[in-house]
Design a protein around this ligand. Structure first.
Ligand code: KIV
Length: 282
């Protein structure tokens, strides 16, 4: 069994150029698969709102939901670095609320780090959480919780002016003490500049290959989430198709009488059938 990685390993990987692989997971079996596959890190993202609960976005997701899913993922992946994702309104109101909710992830779900969205505007929250001794991963660029304010799920930093703002956010996250940074949906040129400028590991989701590692949403990667597929996703299998076909085959078998077969039945112990039938006649 591979040893659980720590942030020191992620810093060493940045120095040596070894890429960090992470994926989201929301449940026990998927976390088991991720650990068996050798993922370095798992994010229990608030994307669970869409991928598990069928909400339109991440805004309705609560702390309690995040904690329950983190607990399940920890049980499935006891030797993997797990990141809890702070949901909307769990850190926006005050530094105190941010520290309290970040602490819940560690105390109740045994995660290794938390992630929160925003750069300059959440610098004091990051500082407060880091001062409480909790490992923080910043998240800038396209930040889904504030996609309304960004005008939708749009790539960020595509003009020189906007790119400079993304860089300003990246510097603010590092300055506030975050130990790692995730950059979402920004041009690879901008992500590369950030990766080379910052001393902390910088990871990409839709930000090109020059970062220190990559994240994808597991439901996209396995072809389970069907509402939409962002441009940056590579589908590695078609779970929706595989599962739907299996269900169709099951219905066909049941309706046609070919399931269950004898091998799927628990027969009575030898000699008991006759006793049973004569008992029923009494
Ligand atoms: O919730 C999540 O899965 C995320 C990713 C989109 C980065 O925050």
């Amino acid at each position: 069994m591979a040893k659980k990685k720590s942030i020191i390993d992620f810093y060493n990987m940045k120095a040596s150029g070894d890429k960090v692989c992470w994926l989201t997971s929301y449940d026990f079996p998927t976390a088991q698969f991720a650990e068996a596959a050798g993922l370095d890190m798992i994010l229990v993202g608030d994307s669970l709102g869409m991928c598990v609960y069928g909400y339109k976005g991440t805004v309705p997701v609560t702390m309690d939901q995040c904690i329950v899913h983190c607990e399940a993922v920890r049980r499935g992946a006891p030797n993997t670095f797990i990141v809890g994702d702070m949901p909307f309104m769990s850190y926006q109101t005050s530094d105190e609320a941010a520290v309290e909710n970040a602490g819940r992830f560690l105390k109740e779900a045994d995660v290794d780090a938390i992630k929160l969205e925003g750069g300059v505007r959440v610098a004091s929250r990051i500082k407060a959480i880091v001062e409480a001794g909790i490992v923080v991963i910043g998240h800038i660029g396209l930040t889904p919780q504030s996609s309304g304010a960004l005008g939708g799920h749009k790539a960020q930093g595509r003009t020189a002016k906007d790119a400079a703002m993304v860089v300003e956010d990246a510097l603010a996250v590092q300055e506030a003490g975050a130990q790692m940074l995730l950059v979402e949906a920004v041009p690879p040129e901008v992500a590369q500049y950030i990766t080379e400028t910052l001393t902390i590991p910088v990871f990409s989701i839709g930000a090109g290959k020059e970062c220190d590692g990559q994240l994808l949403i597991v439901s996209d990667l396995i072809g389970q989430f069907q509402a939409f597929t962002p441009k940056f996703v590579k589908k590695y299998c078609d779970v929706a198709g595989i599962v739907t076909d299996a269900m169709k085959a099951y219905c066909k078998d049941v309706r046609g009488g070919s399931f269950p077969e004898d091998q799927h039945c628990y027969h009575m112990i030898e000699g008991e059938k006759e006793k049973f039938l004569s008992e029923m006649k009494k």
